[in-house]
Design a binder for this molecule. Sequence first.
Ligand code: ATP
Ligand code: MG
Length: 710
Amino acid sequence: MRYQGREVDIEGRVRLVMESALTARDRVGVQDFVLLENYNSEAAFIENLRRRFRENLIYTYIGSVLVSVNPYKELEIYSKQQMERYRGVSFYEISPHIYALSDNTYRAMRTERKDQCILISGESGAGKTEASKKILLYYAVTCPTNDHMAILGDRLLQSNPVLEAFGNAKTLRNDNSSRFGKYMDVQFDFRGTPVGGHILNYLLEKSRVVHQNHGERNFHIFYQLLDGGDDDLLITLDLERNPQNYRYLVKGNCPRVSSISDKNNWKVVMKALPVIGFTEEEVQKLLNIIASVLHLGNTQFGEGEEGDTYITTETQTSNLAKLLGVDGSALREALTHKKLTAKGEEMISPLNYEQAVSARDALAKAVYGRTFTWLVEKINQSLALKVHSKDSSVIGLLDIYGFEVLQQNSFEQFCINYCNEKLQQLFIELTLRSEQEEYETEGIAWETVQYFDNKIICDLIEEKHKGIISILDEECLRPGETCDVSFLEKLEDTVGSHPHFITHKLANGKTRRVVSREEFRLLHYAGEVNYNVNGFLDKNNDLLNRNLKEVMCQSDNQILSHCFRREEVIDQKRPEMAATQFKNSLMKLMEILMSKEPSYVRCIKPNDAKQPGRFDEVLVRHQVKYLGLMENLRVRRAGFAYRRRFEAFLQRYKPLCPETWPNWHGRLVDGVSTLVNHLGYKAEEYKLGRSKIFIRFPKTLFTTEDALEL
Ligand code: ATP
Ligand code: MG
């Protein structure tokens, strides 16, 4: 048999592979953490990551989980040739790669005919979005296609820059931070050709439209328009080129980002929009909306003598009304007055200065947020399945915000971290629990692995009537004087004794220092986080004055009239509050994910400076903890890395043994036993269950796979 130009027998080949793996090991570490001798040691885990990172080997497995460390530099590992290398090749025959995971998932979908999903997690800047783009590109390049479907592939890829322009922003932690969660289904037909796609978006950080922290920016699209739009366009939109002229863009004092070319990105977005089916008119309307948000930010108020408010930027407001496609005087009135219905009668009362400012900001957030949702719908229309095929299968990609602990944590972090609790719960349910249960049903002895079941925290947050979200909703709806502090008090009364909930009050009446009077602390699975209740009620309410809604739903801008529906004004029923909406959308997401076979990509950020070559051990250790990687590894190693059904195992490897080839006629378990004896498996390497063989180490399978190729 030939192997790299040399004649070798099977044993020789196996020896060769194992030797090269061993000699390289000191330098580059092991490519699968299950091969670590001291698999319980966090230090050994991190050392292995560090060694590989130093050698630009950013990918490592924990069994079938892919761990990825952001290199913060372009590596030559994503070319078309590399894609070819990974195509159709078994997971362990070749160095770990996001392409290997993509390919494996694709093949599992094809051969097992089961929907798949790839869950990408990690903190901000760890490389989740880059990973999801690489997976998509892999499918776009390697999957079979035809002319018609090539268009779809193009749309799938082109939707990215558009979504990023509107949904990403420069933050302190990532120059291109996704400020929304994204789940994307790619649908494949029976030939394995991508035939459709669908995106679900989660909780866009709307507050960024009106406020940014120091060193951060608003969403990219604003800067792209100002930098890239040609002079005529800016004149039409009544805009000046300098972002410093717009109040919504100056808060972070950071108009330019060295790693970003707003001008080039603008071109990319403008090219992408028609590809994903936007008409010229729609593009124009979309730009009107972007410009109107900037003009809204510059709308200023003066205070009248009787506590009323008037607009001091009159000309700008006329232009604003034109861009929004609404009546100028109605807009003026709605920005400075509110409409109430008391005893069936409508009354108009003036807003004071603060109220007017917050009504204006609420309008800007609503306009931007709803336009973003419209954009996703529009993209979905262009990706929608054109031909419905019975045999289609799906690969879902989840790129969603990781666990977030900032200096000040608010409603947004609360939602984000809740989402991560749910994902952890899913992970536990799908991996840990099912693994344990499977060993049980197979009658295999299992070393129990202690793991923390975070259901208790999920319940604390989401339980009906008793959970934090319910209490928040109740407080928002309760008539009379409610405020963020009364919400906190209500929390203390209701969940104050929960083991994962803490406020400044100690049971003995004394005060706890680590939590201020405006905060509550949750003991999350990943660590403790203090949440400041300021703004919780407003953000959960997410209210827009009724008269502003009325004005907006009469807009002659089709996008806006689609976003602001008449029914919303007529229907007096209160829409779901923000946290409950989020909770419900997460429940749906969990259902979607539960129905699929999951794969995981765990992304790690090596340093806070966004620099190549720097590996900050403290930072990495934190993430290893938050991502639950040690626990993951323990489960993998305590049990068995692989399992295969007897028939599948026999079917695949029977050529390796004269007694099982071409067919085995006895009991399956005896066939597998004969086969592995022939292959020289040692007793500690495997166990035979009721219907499956369990293999402890990947290298055993790896060796067997290699033997098959020879
Ligand atoms: P967020 O939660 O803020 O959206 P994220 O996890 O999606 O963060 P990315 O935007 O994917 O983070 O990555 C941040 C930056 O890190 C990228 O803009 C890119 O510069 C760099 N980066 C990430 N992954 C890679 C990679 N595989 N190769 C080269 N650079 C990378
Ligand atoms: Mg991202």
